[in-house]
Design a protein around this ligand. Structure first.
Ligand SMILES: Cc1cc2nc3c(=O)[nH]c(=O)nc-3n(C[C@H](O)[C@H](O)[C@H](O)COP(=O)(O)OP(=O)(O)OC[C@H]3O[C@@H](n4cnc5c(N)ncnc54)[C@H](O)[C@@H]3O)c2cc1C
Length: 421
């Protein structure tokens, strides 16, 4: 079965990404691994980025591969809005790790609690895992302190921008659809995971209100002057105005500062916004695990185009933890994992490192549904130019289409198959 990512309409192919990356990786010192010994590679995080690395490395026999992931199954954030609004079953978005275990990958069902870089060990509650190479893709952590009052009310205010949080957000949406009122969604300033996702959530909840006859409004308090990322602002604003106009109020330049759930208000500095139900999308950063190990400030400090840590040449960081100009998207994360697997494979094979030069970076693809049947597709191509950095190219549907809505589901299924099929 073909394990590579299949092309999606107007997507940017994996082959180009890998060939481009292969052309431009920087020179790094070869690791000291005894001849004939299998290199120990540990991957922390079994999400999009971690699974890209695992699938890429599992093809190479020269590694003893361990995945550290506490959850028993992968859950997709992309497309999960269709579960949250009650259109599709949760089972579509949840996939067990059986396929990678059958490839001989050892899975440690625990969280990494520390990285001991001096001894090259990942620490879990039950022990230590030695590594020759370490790949980190633990996703994001919420900066709860950015909104005063949030931490005390955390349980009542689920964010739903990490896997495993979708049930709580669905329960919140179900309550709103039954009771009516004001459903408030706040949007932070970028960088945050999947910038179009809050607007998509607003649109699909508004569509459900129409079907359920729910009275009230969805209000978006956006810290930004327009929907993010800027290339999608026009089609998103147009869809919110024309398709959902009566049900969505869009408040630009409203950055959430403090929440009072008892009073039902969000203080945005410029105004106090009332709500009956709230889904606050918090600012995000790399998890504490990386910051404590000296690998990250707000985001992990990596060197493009190879995603290697700037402070430790045995460590690569992919996915949303990495501080790069690339979009925080699952597609980018998975392909970055493949790029890292290729780089480690080359080092193990003793192949010379490619000369530095212009290099294709992992491409991004993202979908923003505006109804259950129409979506906007966003393709992001990127190149790394030595001395200049990453150059991004956006290609965005000028209006939502049925084709992009179908492409979204096909893309998701194809990616999940590539990861865990
Ligand atoms: C609503 C929504 C819609 C989205 N839509 C799209 C889309 O259309 N297209 C797209 O490309 N992207 C989309 N994304 C973005 C995508 O989900 C992320 O970019 C992607 O999940 C990033 O992958 P990751 O590997 O960095 O993190 P994750 O996929 O979150 O995986 C992190 C994994 O690490 C594990 N972990 C965390 N801490 C530890 C630890 N200490 N030890 C061990 N394991 C740990 C977690 O359990 C988790 O399994 C969307 C996101 C959201 C929220």
């Amino acid at each position: 079965m073909n394990r590579t990512v299949r092309r999606v309409p107007r997507g940017i192919g994996r082959r180009a990404v890998l060939e481009g990356a292969a052309a431009g990786l920087a020179l790094v010192a070869a690791p000291r691994i005894a001849r004939g010994a299998r290199a120990r590679v540990v991957v922390v995080g079994g999400g999009w980025g971690g699974l890209g690395a695992v699938r890429g490395l599992a093809r190479k026999g020269a590694t003893e591969l361990t995945l550290v992931e506490p959850h028993p199954a992968f859950v997709s954030c992309p497309l999960s809005i269709h579960y949250i609004v009650g259109e599709r079953p949760f089972a579509e978005f949840e996939h067990g790790y059986g396929a990678i275990e059958r490839l001989g990958v050892r899975r440690v069902a625990e969280a990494a609690v520390a990285i001991d870089r001096d001894h090259r060990e990942v620490v879990t509650a039950s022990g230590r895992l030695g590594y020759d190479f370490l790949i980190l893709s633990p996703g994001v952590e919420y900066a709860e302190e950015a909104i005063a009052g949030y931490a005390e009310a955390r349980a009542a205010l689920p964010v739903g921008f990490r896997p495993f949080e979708q049930h709580a957000v669905k329960a919140l949406v179900d309550r709103f659809l039954a009771e009516g009122g004001t459903f408030l969604i706040s949007v932070p300033k970028p960088p945050y995971r999947c910038p179009p996702a809050p607007y998509e959530r607003a649109c699909l909840i508004a569509e459900r209100m129409a079907r359920h006859g729910t009275k009230g409004k969805v209000v978006i308090a956006d810290a930004n002057p327009q929907p993010m990322p800027p290339p999608i602002a026009r089609p998103i604003l147009e869809a919110m105005r024309t398709v959902h106009g009566a049900r969505i109020d869009y408040l630009p330049d409203h950055e959430a500062k403090a929440v009072d759930p008892a009073k039902g208000t969000l203080d945005c500095g410029v105004a106090e916004v009332p709500f009956t139900h709230a889904n606050l999308v918090l600012p995000m950063r790399a998890p504490k695990l990386l910051r404590d190990a000296g690998l990250a400030e707000r985001w992990a400090v990596v060197r493009l185009p190879e995603f290697r840590s700037q402070v430790d040449d045995r460590i690569w960081i992919v996915g949303d933890s990495a501080g790069t100009p690339l979009p925080k998207s699952g597609h980018v994360a998975f392909n970055a994992g493949l790029v890292v697997a290729e780089a480690i494979g080359r080092r193990l094979d003793g192949q010379p490192e490619p000369q530095a030069g212009p290099t294709a970076l992992p491409a991004g693809i993202c979908f923003a549904a505006v109804t259950s049947e129409r979506a906007i597709m966003i393709n992001v191509g990127a190149d790394f130019v030595p001395g200049e950095g990453a150059k991004l190219r956006f290609e965005v549907d000028p209006a939502p289409t049925r084709e992009s809505s179908e492409a979204a589901l096909n893309w998701g299924r194809s990616m999940w198959e590539s990861m865990l099929g």
